[in-house]
Design a protein around this ligand. Sequence first.
Ligand SMILES: [Cu+2]
Length: 718
Amino acid sequence: MLRTSLMCGAAVFSVAVLASETHARTIQEPPLFASQNGVLDLLVIAAPQRVTTFTAPGFTPIGWAYEVCTRPDAGNVCPQGATGLYGGFRLGLQPGDLLKMRFVNQLPPVNPAKLTSYVYDPLLALNPTNLHTHGLVVEATANTVAPPAVPVYGDFIFTSVFNPANGNPAIYSLSTYNTLHQHVDVIANGVVDYRIQLPANHPSGAYWLHPHMHGNAMNQVSAGLSGIISVGSVGKYACYDSQCNSRVPDGSVRHLILKDMQVMPGPNGGAPMFQEDAAFCQATPMPGEAVRNGVCAGDPAAYPHGAWFFSVNGQQFPTIPVASGDGEIWRLQNASGSASYDIQLTNDQTAQPMIMQLLSVDGVSIAIPPGTAPGDIVELGAARFHFATCPAASTTPTASSESPPVCVTDLVMMPSARAEIWAVWRGADGHVTSAPAGATATLRTVGFTTGPSGDSWPAVNLAKVQFPAGHAPRLNHGALNIHGDALATMQPGGLFETGFPNTPGAGITGCKALPPGHHRRIYFGNPTLASAPNTPGMDQYGNAVFGLGYEEIDQNGAPVAGTLADVTMFNPANVICLPLGPGNRPVTEVWEIINLTTELHNFHIHQTKFRVVNTTAPQGSLLSPKSTQGGGVMEDNVPLPYAVPGKLSQAVRIPSSGSCTIADYKAGYCAVTPVVLQIPFAMVGEFVYHCHILDHEDGGMMHAIQVVPSAISTASGR
Ligand SMILES: [Cu+2]
């Protein structure tokens, strides 16, 4: 469900406007900014940028993008010629690196009419922003530098960096508004520094950089503000052979950043819509509609002559020329604000989805122990993938200690998701083989619906893939050999076992560890606001509102008295606090996530990763919450199955949103599939967990959490 109710016409499409020739442009890798001698020191400027890579006639929309350059010796200006990078960029880091960013906000103000949250917080129209390194397991430290020096943050999202050209934020009384939004640290002059230290034992994989300004996140990400971050090398965990004599080279890796932008014709040749509408075009093409190569036409009634672009690295339907018979590693990143994808690679000759081997999820390479049942693999992957049997290696024997390969035909990618796959030509039987002349495939999303009260995201072709004819694979292999970090992080020396030498600091009185055997239960729901008691799930302006609730559960499964907090919108004053373990070692908790609504949400937590577990799994199983062996699949975002209201009229107390209440759930009126997560906490700081459908996050579906150094403390932890 979207926050604003938007008109949706159901007329026949006018296709002429988008029936343009799709320009077959070869895909470009995002520009790389690589660390040297353990440091990457950059100037990052958020600014408007004209997007010239979209090919529908009449559109050169002005998006927002980061301008990135090596930090100059003086001043906050990139050298002449540096341009905004709508298509994205890559920060190339190694474990143990220090990432330094001087960050400058030069974004224009926002039209309040485009800003649902304006009614709560007029300051958002000044377009404050900030940076978040999504998925990196790093500290979330607040500023400790005294003025007038430029403040220095870790991966800390409770800061609001204002562009002084848009006005002085002091014109509003912060005390009036800061209970709902997060202007905890107001930076009025537009400049801050980030200093982010990666642990030496950080997993190798794909992460990303995006704004995390509560209330503006959806607009800023969908306008184009994001880039990808890589840590380490694929060759660390992926080999062509069972002895790892032949590691996958960095040159075989391609980064594919998926972005979308809805554009209507206008005086400047089109401006982004910002508040994204899933009904902008039909979920699947209408009869006679032009082939959706990187774009679909706006609904003629609601969005006449509009276009919804789905780009890869900022390019509309590029061609991906696979260079070698050994295929390529693709790092896919959903950088859309709210859109979900169901990715397939379709063989153009057979129209069938091709099998792809899955290497990593959310930046951590998978580690499936030998003998793991296929059903367990599906559960560990939280149903984000449609699994397929990997064709057996043709001649190379598989060592008994190796992880069995995992293959998929579909990748469900909700906002923020990453996945790494091996894209290689396969014959009709699924075996890796040399491609025939003219072998092509289409990378596409087949469309994805997020539930009865959710949104239907459209089917669109994303890229044309060309495989080289007659290139025999170098090695006669059926699958890559993966030695995943998902296991290494939990073993001695691993990030979630041994931890990180955190910034020194004291514990906080009143911040205490969860008692042994207890777990936290988090509710995702649509709150009833005191300001709009007669429209549950909506505010007094008719916008859908979103929130989270909380409860602590004891070792017998019973709620702990006094811990229940009903579903409410984000309030930065409410914080879950927990200390690290003795000696500041990581502490692992179990969280049970209950989705009360009738649409999918995408749970995400900062500064860590988690494993999906099952409370009924036997203790020796990888799926057991008591398992300390680690391994399997580690994620930083997970889809939450939607609730099914039952028991006739007793269910669904919030008819306007189709959402159950906590009372409905406890009375058994609402069937819920809990998602149980094992979450290790290794990093100190103040951060958040939230729905990564950014429309929902902006709408209130977020909660603060603080991890502090270990110390003797007494009172309640919340
Ligand atoms: Cu959501």
